[in-house]
Ligand binder design. Structure first.
Ligand code: AMP
Length: 542
């Protein structure tokens, strides 16, 4: 017997319509690339999203066709979130920090039909447009008169001109809630980046869960500043959560330095902000230098990399701001765990509470997790046993876009590549990483890509790239090299060998020359051993 309830699909268009109807006057404030502050409302954003939907229809885009963005956090990007997905197309947010060739590779793999970009990224588009074989329409996110005269990009149009003549009303289509809504690529440990393809259903369920009190605790009384980029797992789902709850939204654009972020928080009365640790370091430094205080900020969500305990303390002790330490992945939409105390822990001493608050936190309802030993046997939640962390749930991927990399699941569970312990209260703490990647300032560096460049150098016999702790970037790559017998190559020579081969920020910070790299039984480099060996290595930039 089925329940007798209305079978309404969970669709992204319903979020923006809800926000327009119930929170029509609530503001969306964006710092633009031009430097000024732009103000709009949910009502206007909904109207412009509908225009986007019409404009896409006019281009003849089919259901599920991909529309890419290369853009900062801002109101036009927000409108695309709803206009593209709401009309049944797939919003493909591309990370503009990748090397131009990687951007082109991703656009081709996704078979993007339209690519919308902020003018900041015009040089990238100039470099790649002829290599993007499927993109038929290039849209610059600006007014027509801001478009440079001779860009050389065929058919380039300004966003404002593109949507100007379209109607403010639109009959959003209804379809299966499992239809694809958004696509985000993540740098793989081996081979090329892989896409996580979110559905309307997964996105809405994730937004419901994200707003819960023990998740991010969002409401119509909040002013939310997503510093985390909209190209990085949809700014952790905050654009959707904000529309669902009617919270005021503040977008920082390209200005992510401490002063700009602080001015925005104070100027707009931000109550909740979200970002990776590196961003908050800049903010805290700026505040300490100027002896500044917060007048509205109550909490910050910090995730993407482990939040240093000193940062949690600084926010709490000096500024009375609660840090919500969160963990997730592109493959998980991204929310997995958030660190909020349970009732009995509120009675503990501050020191005991801090021991909990530095952990990555408790599972959000909707995410199941388990830790296993190398044989796949489940480990106890005793806070000591640590093993491979696996997850499952309605907003965790079942496979990558186009089936890349085969079936990633193990008995229906997604292996995260993180190694963790879980305590009896269910608080998960990451203890290591089994995947071979480095995370610098919230962005991935593929160790294998870095190693492949070194291995192409005639003097290198073997190269391993590992992450070592860094005070600003959390981790930076260190290249560990075994030279060929009799070969001479210096640190600087090797580092200059990277020019033009990877993005600048992906070049290792340092090189350590060794006699041998530890190998496992199958000949695989033992990165865990290397990370242990070099954990105190002092990088020149640290
Ligand atoms: P991404 O897909 O880029 O969001 O990266 C997800 C990965 O970032 C996770 O699998 C972890 O390795 C790492 N990560 C995310 N949040 C945290 C955190 N709070 N602490 C430690 N590592 C984290």
């Amino acid at each position: 017997m089925f329940g007798r309830m209305q079978d309404q699909p969970l669709l992204i268009s319903s979020l923006i319509e809800f926000a327009a109807q119930h929170h029509g006057d609530t503001e969306i404030v964006s710092r633009r690339v031009e430097g000024d502050l732009h103000r709009t409302t949910y009502r206007q954003a909904a109207a412009r999203s509908r225009r986007v939907a019409h404009a896409l229809d006019r281009l003849g885009l089919a259901f599920s066709d991909r529309v890419a963005t290369l853009a900062w956090n801002g109101y036009r990007h927000f409108e695309l979130y709803f206009g593209v997905s709401g009309s049944g197309r797939v919003l493909h947010t591309i990370n503009p920090r990748l090397a131009p060739d990687q951007v082109a590779w991703i656009a081709n793999h996704a078979e993007d039909q339209v690519l919308c970009f902020d003018l900041t990224f015009l040089p990238v588009i100039r470099a790649i447009w002829s290599k993007c074989t499927t993109v038929r329409h290039w849209i610059a996110l600006c007014e027509a008169d801001a478009l440079p005269a001779d860009t050389g990009i065929p058919g380039l149009r300004a966003y404002e001109e593109w949507i100007a003549g379209e109607a403010d009303t639109y009959d959003w289509p209804s379809f299966d809630e499992r239809s694809a809504a958004a696509l985000c690529y993540t740098s793989g440990t081996t081979g090329n980046p892989k896409g996580a393809l979110y559905s309307h259903r997964s996105t809405i369920l994730h937004a419901y869960a994200g707003a819960l009190p023990d998740t991010l605790c969002l409401s119509a009384r909040d002013t939310i500043l997503p510093v985390v980029p909209m190209f990085h797992v949809n700014a952790w789902g905050l654009p959707y959560c904000s529309a669902m709850t009617g919270a005021k939204l503040v977008f920082p654009g390209a200005a992510l330095d401490g002063k700009s972020v602080y001015d925005l928080i104070e100027g707009e009365g931000v109550t909740m902000a979200a970002g990776v640790p590196t961003v908050w370091l800049g903010l805290l430094n700026h505040m300490a230098q100027g002896g500044l205080r917060f007048s509205s900020l109550k909490r910050t969500v910090i995730g993407g990399s482990a939040c240093p305990p000193a940062m949690i303390r600084a926010f709490k002790d000096q500024y009375d701001v609660t840090v919500l330490h969160a963990w997730g992945m592109t493959e998980m939409s991204p929310l997995g765990t958030v660190c909020n105390l349970k009732l009995h822990q509120t009675k503990w001493s501050e020191e005991q509470q801090m021991e909990v608050l530095v952990k990555q936190g408790r599972a959000v309802y909707g995410v199941e997790m388990k830790i296993v030993d190398p044989q796949g046997r489940e480990l106890p939640w005793d806070g000591r046993s640590s093993g491979d962390l696996l997850v499952r749930g309605p907003w965790v991927i079942g496979g990558y876009f186009k089936g890349e990399g085969g079936d990633p699941l193990v008995d229906g569970w997604f292996p995260t590549g993180d190694v963790a312990a879980i305590d009896p209260d269910g608080f998960m703490q990451i203890t290591d990483r089994s995947k071979d990647v480095i995370k610098s300032g919230g962005e991935w560096i593929s160790s294998i890509d870095v190693e492949n460049v070194a291995m192409a150098h005639p003097s290198v016999a073997m190269a391993a790239c590992i992450g070592v702790p860094h005070p600003k970037w959390d981790e930076r790559p260190l290249l560990v090299v075994v030279r060929k017998p009799g070969a001479e190559v210096s640190r600087d020579e090797l580092l200059s060998f990277y020019a033009g081969k990877v993005a600048k920020w992906q070049v290792p910070d340092d090189v350590a020359f060794v006699e041998a790299i530890p190998l496992g039984a199958t000949g695989k480099m033992q990165k865990m051993k290397l990370r242990e060996q070099f954990k105190d290595h002092r990088l020149p930039s640290a």
